[in-house]
Design a protein around this ligand. Structure first.
Ligand code: GRF
Length: 187
């Protein structure tokens, strides 16, 4: 199997990055993680790239035309697939022009419910019965592309934001690899 050269975009902790690195080591997993891009110099997730000798780049998303810099790096490492794993920046048409249907994102809610930030507090405030996570394709609209995989659980009356986050992340670590397998099985 020729594995797709993949770049993971992060901004923070990188637990999804860590999980995808583990999966990518399996012979039959369809992607190889060839590059990590972070827009946060201090993202603790960078340590997983370092530990696993995966090239990583810091991109300052506050500068003009930063997406051109991203494109240069994607080109340099011959990247054909992108996973957004806690990347706190909207992908613009500059990247989508070259990577349409090649970028996926993981979001901590059952989309189309609770797009955007602060999902857990809004979920609790809304007295939802169920929540979960969604892996979806990225398009120009925030958290709105076609859904690939969704996983859910029932909310317990005692669950606070912290508990919801932990339960959701456990499901994310199942959903992200499952979505990647699903995409390339259909290709
Ligand atoms: C995840 O909860 C994901 O749903 C959201 O950002 C978080 C990233 O977590 N988009 P981590 O950095 O992978 O631990």
């Amino acid at each position: 199997m020729v594995k797709k050269k993949t770049c993971i975009f992060i901004s923070g902790k990188g637990s999804n990055l860590k999980n995808l690195i583990l999966h990518s080591r399996k012979d039959n997993f369809p992607i190889n993680i060839s590059l990590v891009i972070s827009n946060n110099k201090n993202a603790s997730g960078i340590s997983f790239a370092k530990k696993n000798k995966i090239p990583y780049v810091f991109i300052d998303t506050k500068i003009k035309h930063y997406e051109n810099k991203i494109l240069l790096n994607l080109n340099k490492y011959k990247i054909s697939f992108i996973c957004l794993a806690g990347y706190m920046k909207i992908i613009s048409s500059t990247l989508l022009r070259y990577y349409r249907k090649k970028i996926i994102n993981i979001h901590p809610s059952l989309l189309p419910k609770f797009k955007g930030l602060n999902t857990f507090s809004r979920i609790l405030k809304n007295k939802e019965i169920k929540t979960g996570c969604t892996v979806h394709y990225v398009n120009e609209k925030l958290d709105s592309g076609n859904i690939i995989v969704q996983k859910s659980f029932f909310i317990n009356a005692k669950d606070n934001e912290h508990v919801l986050k932990n339960k959701t992340q456990k499901l994310e670590h199942l959903a992200f690899p499952e979505a990647i397998i699903k995409i390339f099985r259909n290709n």
